[in-house]
Write a protein that binds this ligand. Structure first.
Ligand code: TRP
Ligand code: ZN
Length: 895
């Protein structure tokens, strides 16, 4: 499609049920890399509940037509560019359609493709149509029988969904396997894998006593990196049984790892396919963050078996029905694995990390040109709507039901949801109705969370009447100064659960009694804000309290309240809600950093803030706080988050401010950082436990602060020893980054030596080579050697490969998305690089190209001197790109 034409738009309100249903599918594959023949036999029946249509239109893309047979006779079909139409279809018919696709020429990683010599599929959202002609929409559910035939030496393993029912030898060195999936499913959950793979196996008994076979399939050399994924799978199975009463329904559950993949992983029924990055781990090659991601994503895909597969989506506008809910479930799972379902302090670490990601990725999206409600109203390309909003804000919306109903009430709602919708395709409204009906609640106003884009603001004012001992809290909801594009329509006030506590004079929680209640109850209360403005009055308040607002981040909103610096310091030191303790620290740091950035932008002198430094010293030396929590408290807000808060963002000033404060903290707390480093060593074998990884996190944060000192000798000494002696990737990579930073500021090249050593040790391991690329892309860079030049040079490194999405993310995305000060260089060199790469990727892999394209969509939020070169780069790209994916993004950005 030429980019000057606007792509056709699909609208939510245009949904109509399919005119035909497909009850069963039988697929036969003759697998060969250049040409794979697919014989597809479907039992089609007219849908009694839909508009009658004479002909059946199936979709198919990049397929070569061979033949069509209807009930045993040649069929009358019209084969078009993206479709196959069967004329005059009776009420029921068996069709056999044969076509050919070209897996090795497929660089999009949608449909059937080849990766490192093996075959894989990716069908969500609309990839099945690249395999065969079909009703490729999620409300058409069928049972599948799949026969795979391939050369036995090249493809010894042949996998598909469900149960293996037959296998054997064929002529010419070929063999076959036949799979049957007993559960009806939409086409996007189909998968096949064929190649040279080996599995780690385990047998477990699920709650009903049934024995299940679990397998993690990888390339033979990677078998020693599968234990953590298997352990995570077993933990996920157990957790879903106890928390939601949901049992694994298949006799066999398989996970397969592939190194070429557009996203994290995919929940195909019984045959999850994962990016290797989220499966392979051992101490030497994977960091604590990798271990945590693997646990979360293995959980996420496993939990989809019920929320997504057993109950699927009626249409793609309902995507958050499965993704928001499943992210919520994986967040709850990980929080439970942090230290039990009931341990608030341990769970808070996970909550803080999740909110940090939400604010950084979703709030920005929600105030830019791609802003959409969690249930979008329209799209040109559905792949562009696998977004932070659908996933992460969607999870917050699900979490709000639990906050309003309690865990037990939420469970009742889930039970009713499965009772009503198991085995079918549902909508977000169905989920909301189940939550409401199971609990006798009216959630009609709650619907606005699904249809309203933009981040709501809740402004808080308080009034204490000492004589009457009354404390009133007035909450006002609005959309602040959010841009008009972020809120195409204003639906009226939202139903917002607003958790609040009141701290007494000694920083201790008061027991709360609202006006009209007979006695004081718990110390945290969930206020239900349903009007534009509401006042809640607490009685028997004997002293002026300090409010702790939106505890545990009970709603995805921005709170505005005029805390003094002293009040924030009290919350930081005393709040019983660990989330709000962290929040108070972040507020203090954010205020300081924004004021430093303003001074930096005006070339004014920057000065240290002693109060902030004292607060940080107290946190750092507070042995009652876990190391993991202290680490989170002491990480400054990211440059991206800070820039988001500025009008006319100035990435260079933000960078200068944050670096200044880091150096101040490094200098003022040098002795404390050194002591903390020594106190948090983790001798002995590597363990990826929350406790050990928390200690490593705090120790390595200390090292990173020490590397900021004017004289980084201590950091260099510690980092060199740590680099050489490390028995795990977390410590080795933290030491490498510290060496890179210290050597850049000292103008020396020992960072280069460490990088060379790192490459030499790990050049055979693609996931670690990705890290090596990413460290360099995220480097600070100097005026003599800006990072863009390093990145350009690395593009010609023999290990760079633009067809591998992980490598592209490691080098190109890390630079454009995670190195704001260098990417936004004043000369526009970063934008020119971005434009070249978007165009190159557009021709190879539109999904990956579109993700990169999004990195300039917020151009209007930047200072004028950057806005113009950004707009130029976008315009240049607009003229050259062709994919629907990238065209949609660039059009919206420039609109
Ligand atoms: N359903 C997958 C998940 O969230 C997402 C996914 C995997 C995906 N691969 C994809 C979405 C390719 C679009 C295209 O777990
Ligand atoms: Zn998902």
């Amino acid at each position: 499609m030429p980019s000057n034409e606007t792509p056709p738009i699909v609208r939510r309100t245009d949904y109509t049920p399919p005119s035909f249903l497909i009850d069963s599918v039988s697929l036969e594959f003759d697998l060969a890399p250049e040409q794979t023949t697919v014989r597809n036999t479907i039992r089609v029946r007219r849908n009694p509940e839909a508009v009658r249509e004479g002909s059946l239109e199936l979709v198919g893309e990049k397929l070569t037509f061979i033949s069509a047979v209807a009930d045993g006779a040649p069929a009358d079909v019209v084969v078009g560019e993206g479709s196959l139409t069967v004329k005059d279809v009776p009420d029921s018919v068996e069709l056999t359609l044969t076509g050919v696709c070209a897996p090795s020429a497929n660089t999009t990683m949608m449909g059937l493709y080849v990766s490192r010599g093996n075959f894989f599929t990716q069908c969500e959202a609309e990839g099945f149509r690249r395999i065969t002609w079909f009703l490729d929409r999620p409300d058409v559910m069928s049972t599948y029988t799949v026969t795979l035939r391939a050369d036995k030496v090249a493809y010894p393993v042949l996998l598909s969904n469900g149960n293996l029912v037959d296998q054997g030898e064929l002529a010419d060195g070929r063999h076959y396997a036949k799979w049957e999936d007993p559960f009806r499913k939409p086409a996007y959950l189909f998968a096949l894998v064929a190649g040279k793979l080996e599995a780690l196996e385990e047998r477990v008994r699920t709650s009903s006593g049934a024995e299940k076979l679990l397998q993690v399939w990888v390339e033979p050399n990677d078998l020693n990196k599968t234990r953590h994924a298997m352990d995570s799978l077993i933990q996920s199975i157990r957790w879903d049984e106890t928390r939601f009463g949901l049992e694994l329904d298949l006799d066999r559950f398989m996970i397969v790892a592939v190194s070429d993949f557009n996203m994290g992983a995919m929940e195909n029924k019984g045959l999850n396919i994962f990016n290797t990055k989220f499966i392979l781990a051992n101490a030497e090659t994977a960091s604590d963050v990798d271990y945590a991601n693997i646990q979360a994503i293995v959980g996420h895909e496993y939990f989809h078996n019920w929320t997504g597969n057993r109950v699927t989506c009626r249409d793609w506008f309902q995507l958050s029905l499965k993704e928001g809910l499943t992210v919520f479930r994986d967040q709850e799972f990980t929080a439970a694995m942090m230290g039990g379902d009931e341990n608030a302090a341990a769970r808070a670490i996970k909550r803080i990390e999740d909110v940090r990601v939400l604010r950084q990725m979703q709030f920005g999206e929600d105030s830019g040109p791609m802003a959409h409600p969690i249930r979008p109203e329209s799209y040109a390309e559905i792949s562009n709507f696998y977004t932070a909003t659908v996933y992460r804000k969607g999870a917050e919306v699900v979490r709000m039901y639990q906050t309003l109903l309690g865990r037990d009430g939420f469970r009742k709602g889930m039970d009713l949801y499965f009772q009503r919708h198991d085995g079918s395709a549902a909508t977000c409204d169905d989920f909301r109705a189940a939550m409401a009906d199971a609990n006798g609640r009216d959630f009609s106003q709650f619907e606005r969370w699904y249809s309203q884009a933009g981040t709501p603001r809740v402004t808080v004012t308080t009034r204490y009447d000492a004589a009457a001992q009354r404390y009133s809290v007035t909450l006002t909801q609005s959309y602040g100064h959010a841009s008009a594009t972020a809120r195409p329509t204003q639906m009226g006030p939202l139903h917002i659960p607003f958790a609040i506590g009141l701290l007494g004079p000694l920083g201790v929680d008061m027991r709360l009694r609202l006006e009209g209640e007979s006695a004081a109850r718990e110390t945290t209360r969930v206020l239900e804000l349903t009007e534009t403005q509401q006042t809640f009055t607490f009685v028997d308040v004997t002293a002026k309290p300090l409010p702790s607002l939106l505890r545990n981040f009970s709603a995805p909103v921005i709170v505005e309240y005029d805390y003094s610096v002293d009040e924030l310091a009290v919350l930081l030191a005393h709040d019983s809600d660990p989330f709000n303790r962290w929040e108070a620290g972040q507020c203090l740091a954010t205020r300081e950093l924004l004021s430093l950035a303003a001074r930096a932008a005006a070339s004014q002198h920057l000065e240290a803030n002693d109060a902030l430094i004292s607060s940080y010293r107290r946190v750092l030396t507070d042995a009652t706080l876990s190391p993991g929590f202290r680490e989170l408290m002491l990480v400054l807000p990211t440059e991206t988050y800070l820039a988001e808060l500025m009008t006319d963002a100035d990435p260079a000033a933000v960078h200068a401010a944050r670096q200044f404060l880091r150096k101040q903290l490094a200098t003022a707390l040098k002795e404390e950082w050194l002591a903390t480093y020594e106190d948090n060593l983790t001798p002995g074998a590597y363990e990826p436990t929350p406790n050990a990884s928390g200690r490593r996190g705090l120790k390595n944060l200390s090292l990173s602060y020490l590397a900021e000192l004017d004289d980084p000798a201590d950091a260099v000494r510690l980092a060199s020893a740590q680099y050489r002696g490390a028995n795990n990737m977390t410590d080795r990579s933290a030491a490498l980054v510290a060496l890179l930073n210290a050597s850049a500021s000292a103008g020396l090249d020992f960072g280069e030596h460490a990088l060379d050593d790192f490459y030499g040790r790990f050049e055979g391991d693609p996931l670690v080579v990705d890290k090596w690329f990413a460290f360099q892309a995220m480097q600070r860079g100097t005026s003599q050697r800006p990072t863009v030049e390093i990145v350009r040079a690395l593009m010609s490194h023999p290990a760079f490969n633009i067809r591998n999405p992980n490598r592209v993310r490691a080098l190109i995305f890390s630079f454009c998305g995670a190195n704001p000060a260098q990417f936004h260089a004043a000369d526009g060199s970063g934008y020119a690089f971005w434009a070249e790469q978007v165009v190159a990727l557009d021709a190879l892999n539109p999904q990956v190209a579109a993700r990169l394209a999004r990195m300039l969509e917020r151009w209007r939020a930047y200072m004028p001197s950057l806005r113009e070169p950004m707009r130029k780069a976008l315009t240049a790209v607009a003229e050259q790109v062709k994919s629907r994916d990238v065209v949609e993004i660039i059009h919206k950005a420039l609109a």
